[in-house]
Design a protein around this ligand. Sequence first.
Ligand SMILES: *Cc1c(COP(=O)(O)O)cnc(C)c1O
Length: 822
Amino acid sequence: MAENKLNPKLGMDAASLKKSLENHIRFTLGKDQYTSTTYDRYSGLALATRDRLIERWIQTQQTYYDKNAKRVYYLSLEFLLGRTLGNSLMNLGLQKEAEKTAQELGYSLEELREKEWDAGLGNGGLGRLAACFLDSLATMELPAVGYGIRYDYGIFFQSIRDGWQVETPDNWLRFGNVWEFPRPEFTCVVHFYGRTEDWLDENGWKRKRWVDAEEIVAVAYDTPVPGYGNNTVNNLRLWSAKASREFDLNYFNGGDYIQAVAAKATSENITKVLYPNDNVFEGKELRLKQEYFFVSATIQDIFRRYKKTHKTFDQFPDKVAIQLNDTHPAIAIAELMRILVDIERLDWDAAWNITVQTFGYTNHTILPEALEKWSVGLLGRVLPRHLEIIYEINSRFLDGVRERYPADPDLWRDLSIIEEGEDKKIRMANLAIVGSHSLNGVAALHTEILKKSVFPGFYRLWPEKFNNKTNGVTQRRWLKLCNPELSALISSKIGEGWITNLGELRKLEPFAEDSGFRNEWAQVKKKKKEQLAAYILSRNNIEVNPESLFDIQVKRLHEYKRQLLNALHVVTLYNRIIDNPAADHVPRTVIFAGKAAPGYWMAKLIIKLITSIADKVNSDPRVGDLLKVVFLRNYAVSNAEKIIPAANLSEQISTAGTEASGTGNMKFALNGALTIGTLDGANIEILEEVGKDNIFIFGLDSTGVSALKSKGYDPYYYYNKNRELYRILNQIRQGFFSPDQVDRFAPLADALLSNGDTYMLLADYDSYIACQDRAAKLWKDQDAWNKSSILNTARMGKFSTDRTIAEYAKDIWKVHPVHIDF
Ligand SMILES: *Cc1c(COP(=O)(O)O)cnc(C)c1O
């Protein structure tokens, strides 16, 4: 199509970009040079950048259609995108032009970028992984669409008041969102409630239908997702709920106008807010409705697209791959069956074959409290037809299991999609495994635990479905964009190939032996630490010394992640400084950040403990520069981009066997931090890559954890054995950090002693402290530390999402690159 050629007015030079920006300020925003604010200039630049994505986006979608390409659909309740302007400029190759344009307006590009509010439509690692995947999919020219929910409120804003976490709503759309395109013409009707009834079709066959349901309309909002250095612009389609016309008529005819308007608002609540739990299942009706709402709209959308070019469903799995990001969208399996059987009238077996060939399921956690199990009563009320379909799937599945294992009723019970008991539950993981051809874990250890401990019955039944896809991060955002100084240094030695082929970082290895290079490397790290120090001063009014060892733990607050173990180390250091001021202490700045789920009382108490320790340590004149403790508020993608490049030591200290993969660990090592960590998740693979001399490993491994648990773990044994630990737990319990309320932190001491220390902090304390001492010792040899830092970056090639996505594409999705000519 000739009219799809690049509009010459949308040039990729600085002058065109500037002209475009000025036009947007005038004609889109209705402002001039006098009335426009800094935010308007950000918006103008963002709109000018967006313009340069649009034609590539249209061309990309057109090409996929023309080539009838197989597409992968990535379904996720969360996309933790963060900011978009810097990323879009980088991927379009417009960074220098934008910098020049900003400067001509009297700003730095950085100042304008800072005006963008994060898109925080996710909780943590799972949502950020989805965002990194989108970047890699587009960069690798793979035909992909992301589907999710356009929450009106993303993850809450965390402030710290009097040392406690306080949540406020994240009204991220307040000033509009220049990156999205509403598609009011792409709406889908989604049903809830009602009942099912039998009917006879024209052949006299008994069929089922879903009737008397409530209707909600899903409206599509599209966000372009550009690849790096190519013309691919994929689509992220997020759904927003609107009351239907039907709804309007029914309710407004009732006569009570005010009631009807209120009811309409309630029905639009479905996409109001992201559930703020990370790794915890909350069986709420509204959450179930969110899950089904976006799944139903998405499957309708996929059908609409498929049917444009196909008359039958034989080719469906050859054109459609659907990946379920955890079980959150797993109701899609029942929904696809419903559409194929009830609406398209395929017979059950044909529909089931298509379904299983279409879906892949990624498991993200083995924590029992995170596994989704919906009460049968609730699911049957909200989605009556789906409950019937799930029962039918289960009954046919169990028939097969009984045939193969006639003498093993324990196995039947374990594999059943229904958990029997007083309150029957639907096990969404079992549904996802039964309804998919692939089940993957997100790190080698995690996948082994899935096989051996979590789903051993399924592994016996279908070993071929199990596979591993170790997570990654996109080096575009997590090195090139967030650490331009280090990126420039790297590229000056090995070129820019690493930006799309992270394995090329290996070429840096020889430079670890070059003292000139080590010096430059250290200068960059120092600069990033100075920038973070300025940020800390502006946020927390704490002066930290950029020469000190920056020891950083930033991630969601969770007991399994053991921020409390890190806090015990901080108190250990404090006591040592006070007891022995003249000793040769290594100056440290220990930095924490992370949100606690609003209902997670223990996690919130841990934040209060950390801020209380910070108050005590930072104000004690005997400590001075030797130790500073900082809790930065509102951990999010945009401040992760400031924090991570400044780290010397990365804390990845979860109890072995609890963190499925972790991705924060990869971002830190990529930016030259050394890891102190357990043999958990992807830490094990980081160890394999960097070598044991370039990482600090401590504590029980997952086998050791299980063995100690089954032998009978007694935390008091460790408490009584270690004098430093004994003293610290008493300090915490007796109000040393809470003189205004001496028993405030007693529940934390209780959790570690009388309540059994679920995450085995005390078992690992000795080994952790000894390991921290080794880290401090290496820090004193700056040459050795810097060598190790360079080798960490040089050996991170494996942890690009480009590698992860290549594996998904080949092993699970069978999708291939489609080049976009422009
Ligand atoms: C990467 C990232 C995470 C995940 O960190 P983990 O240490 O793997 O838990 C969470 N939140 C944000 C904002 C991130 O960027």
